[in-house]
Structure formats: structure tokens, C-alpha cells
Design a protein around this ligand. Structure first.
Ligand SMILES: Nc1ncnc2c1ncn2[C@@H]1O[C@H](COP(=O)(O)OP(=O)(O)OP(=O)(O)O)[C@@H](O)[C@H]1O
Length: 285
């Protein structure tokens, strides 16, 4: 488990990361969602320890190894896939041999492109080579920043299959940032929504539909409070956000009074959370 406690990063007066608290468990895939400038890449940089953040990041692995695909993968255009990976391994001081490099190229679906020069690869192949690079040294934390960036629908599907079938593992934590809600929802266990440098909501990606409605009265039981996420807009109206299962449980609670209930798709949920009217998200969990 990797635990972030009050992680902050400020440039001048601008809070780029604003008291981020989260726990990243082994074997889980996290989808980091948020608009441009929300702080997703900066959060990756904090995890990579390449920025001077405040707060703490605790890692309970004996030895944390991190693989990363951040922005577009950088490779030497005139070197082949194999040569590029070997060069990276020697720079990064990662142990490798021919069979490790060949296996990695097999895992990412590039076994026939081993001796192709980087500049000859398609966009999808370049991204997959970027993943192979991130996987060198068999990292237990894998950070993928917009891995489907620039890919066509087939390329996106290949990337999804790669994550689902070959990267997810019991010992590995994967964090994927993406603007493609649909794509990320196929592979993610937990969504982390970020806005303006804050983690505003964390929810499981289960089959449940999310319900949204206006709160008129909320019971004062701790159990009820724990089940509900409240969204407050700047007109001070309170809305609730609940999984369908929790909503059905709460419906039977007499004092829970609400109106205007609607189902939310992931896209609608995202829009609600990022809407400029909304000023605060309170989760008691
Ligand atoms: N070192 C820095 N100095 C100044 N501003 C920075 C620095 N690093 C990040 N920022 C700013 O912080 C904000 C968050 O940037 P970041 O790249 O983390 O966002 P993001 O969520 O990854 O966005 P995108 O989806 O566009 O990739 C942006 O407004 C960016 O300009």
C-alpha cells in the first residue's frame, strides 16, 4: 500500500496539489480523472519523487520500484525497439538480458517489431514500447499518464487488453490518468476524481449506477452519513451522490428526504463534479 498524507505542492501562490490524501492498494488499478491542469501529472511527479512536495508519501513495499509512461514516450528515433530498451535499462541501472527484453516486447505485443527503428513505428506501437520501457525492472507501481493519447480505436482496445491481461497483477499497483472516461472505466477498480489540485472524490468502479438528487433532509446517523457523498453548489443547495445499492438502502430510512433523483452515467458524474457551480464535495467515508 502507498499512502499519501496531506501532499501539497505550491508554485508561487498557486496550489497545484492541495492536501491530497489517498491510499493506493496492491493489485488495484486506479483511474485518475480530472480536467486539464487538475494536477494529475504533478501527482505522478510527487509519487516519482521528482518534485519537492510537502506532506508524506509512505510506501509499505520493502523496495518500491516505479515504472512510468508520462506524456509521450521519449526514444531515440534511429535506434530499434531492442536497442532503445537496452539503452534505457543501462541508463536507469536496471538489470536486463536479451530474454528479458524479448519477453517485454512480447508482453506489449511488439514481438515482430523488435528490430524496427522507433521512427518507423505507428503511434500505437510507440505507446506500447513506452509501456515496455515502464515495465523494465518489473515495477510494483506503474504510472500511466494518458496511455491512450493519440491512439485510434483499435490502438485503444489493444492498450486496454494489454493492461487488463498482462499488466494487472496481485503485487502491482497501477495508476492511469486519462481523459477518456469510457476507456479507463474498462480497466479501473477505483476512480479518483481530481479538480483544482484536490482529490474531490474516490469511488469504486462497480456495476452500480450513481444516483444524484437534491437533499431536503438527511438523518443524523453516522452510518447514513458514511454512505452519502454530499455535493454543495455555490447557491448552497445540497445534493447527494450515492451508488444505487446505497440509495436503495437509504430509501428505506424514513428521515432521508430528497427530490429530483436521476441516474448518472460516468460522463454525467464527471460533469457534475467538474461543473463550476459546484464548490464543495464532502464525503464522510
Ligand atoms: N513546476 C511548475 N511550475 C508552474 N506551474 C506548474 C508546474 N507544474 C505544474 N504546473 C501547473 O499546475 C497545473 C497542473 O498541471 P498538471 O500537468 O499536473 O495537470 P494535469 O491534470 O496533468 O493536466 P493535463 O490533463 O492537461 O495533462 C497546471 O496549471 C500547470 O500549468
Amino acid at each position: 500500500m502507498i499512502t499519501l498524507k496531506n501532499v501539497r505542492f505550491k508554485v508561487g501562490k498557486h496550489n497545484i496539489l492541495n492536501n491530497i490524501n489517498m491510499k493506493l492498494k496492491r493489485g488495484k488499478v486506479y483511474g485518475l480523472l480530472g480536467p486539464n491542469g487538475a494536477g494529475k501529472t504533478t501527482l505522478f511527479k510527487a509519487l516519482l519523487n521528482v518534485i519537492e512536495y510537502k506532506g508524506d508519501i509512505f510506501k509499505d513495499y520493502n523496495h518500491v520500484t516505479i515504472g512510468k509512461l508520462i506524456e509521450y514516450p521519449a526514444f531515440y528515433p534511429n535506434l530499434t525497439c531492442v536497442e532503445n530498451l537496452k539503452l534505457h535499462a543501462s541508463y536507469a541501472d536496471i538489470e536486463y538480458n536479451d530474454s528479458i527484453v524479448n519477453d517485454l516486447l512480447g508482453i506489449v505485443g511488439l514481438p515482430d517489431a523488435k528490430h524496427k527503428k522507433f521512427k518507423e513505428l505507428s503511434m500505437g506501437m510507440k505507446q506500447r514500447l513506452g509501456v515496455a520501457k515502464a515495465l523494465m525492472g518489473n515495477p510494483n507501481l506503474l504510472l500511466l499518464d494518458e496511455p491512450t493519447n493519440g491512439l485510434d480505436p483499435m490502438g485503444m482496445k489493444d492498450m486496454r487488453n494489454l493492461i487488463e491481461q498482462n499488466l494487472k497483477g496481485k503485487q502491482r499497483t497501477i495508476v492511469i490518468s486519462s481523459h477518456n472516461l469510457n476507456e479507463v472505466s474498462f480497466v479501473t477498480d477505483t476512480f479518483l476524481f481530481m479538480r483544482e489540485g484536490k482529490k474531490i472524490l474516490e469511488i469504486d468502479n462497480n456495476e452500480d449506477i450513481y444516483m444524484f438528487g437534491r437533499v431536503q433532509q438527511i438523518p443524523d446517523h453516522q452510518n447514513v452519513k458514511q454512505a452519502v457523498t454530499l455535493l454543495e453548489d455555490n447557491k448552497k443547495e445540497i445534493y447527494f451522490l450515492l451508488s444505487e445499492t446505497n440509495f436503495n438502502k437509504l430509501k428505506t430510512t424514513n428521515d432521508f428526504v430528497y427530490s429530483d433523483v436521476q441516474n448518472l452515467t460516468l460522463e454525467n458524474l464527471y460533469i457534475k463534479l467538474m461543473s463550476t457551480d459546484l464548490i464543495e464535495v464532502k464525503s464522510y467515508v
